[in-house]
Design a protein around this ligand. Sequence first.
Ligand SMILES: *Cc1c(COP(=O)(O)O)cnc(C)c1O
Length: 364
Amino acid sequence: MSGPAAGQGVLTVDLDAIVANWRDLSARHGAPCAGVVKADGYGLGAAPVARALLAAGCRTFFVAHLTEGLALRAALGAGPAIIVLNGFPPGADEAAGLWPVLNSLGDVEAHAAAGRADGQARPALLHLDTGMSRLGLDAAEQAALAEDRGRLAGLDLRFVMTHLACADEPAHPLNALQAQRFTAAAAAIAPGVPRSFANSSGLFLGKDFRSDLARPGCALYGINPTPAAANPMRQVATVEVPVLQVREIGAGDTVGYGAGYTATRNVRVATVAAGYADGYLRSLSGRSLALFQDRAVPLMGRVSMDLTTFDASDFPDLQPGCRLMLVGGAGNTPDDIAARCGTIGYEVLTSLGSRYQRHYLGGV
Ligand SMILES: *Cc1c(COP(=O)(O)O)cnc(C)c1O
């Protein structure tokens, strides 16, 4: 493979680590999990990630949007189930064989009517809201459907699902409540239909959260699904960026927009070719670091759109053309970076964007 263009950062994705994480999660769950590859595989590349998981035995993939589903079908070919969480109108998948998640009684009616009209039951998932108040049939819609299950005629329900709101907080009372609500509603509405329940963190909540198909996303990509404890997952992603220039400034000189850093002595400023347009969030300004030969180099001043500055004073070897590890390495995981700026590892990964050269390790 050719090297990165001059000045371009490299996002390296360890597909073998993703596969190892999927196997680990499936073993914990006691059944093969799905792979959630929405948002371009949490920013790391839906097609290569899904191909690697498919080769490892994963047969079910979740995306959020119809367009993501169509692109994934083109990448994977016929065979694996591809489920669109946000749903789509009957026929909109253009015979790509995608399964919609039905998120309201209106969705149920539209797809059931289409199935009855062409005499072919439509494969779909039924989403019951048990505490998110976001998508999924609400309590009144669930009651209406339990009352008249004939409204499901024309559908071939593959799974009935719900989604946990607080799975990363094991002691939160909503977890048990959602499990109870889901068990009761699934039995009343869709008895005998396989169930899909836990996301990544839900896989760690115990037997009440088991189902026929868990839907891990973040843990596949190395995000800690158990934030209160050590991360059981393998790390997956690193971003290395080239140093474009190194310069020396003296006391009183300032660095970057807003003169966000003022030198009080001679310091060396290393400018790297990545900024907030590359998902290195601007809220990291003045409060982050990158790694050089496994040592922490402090960020100085504000993160700009395409450039970020680091204090190279203690690193005489750090010269133009060197690379800094912007994301990844000990103490610099997506979760670590997120903690510095008040967000979550999911946002760090999904923000990475398309300007890095992507380099995949392992896989197929
Ligand atoms: C994103 C999503 C998942 C995966 O969640 P993680 O926390 O990343 O494991 C599972 N189910 C639904 C409905 C989702 O939207």
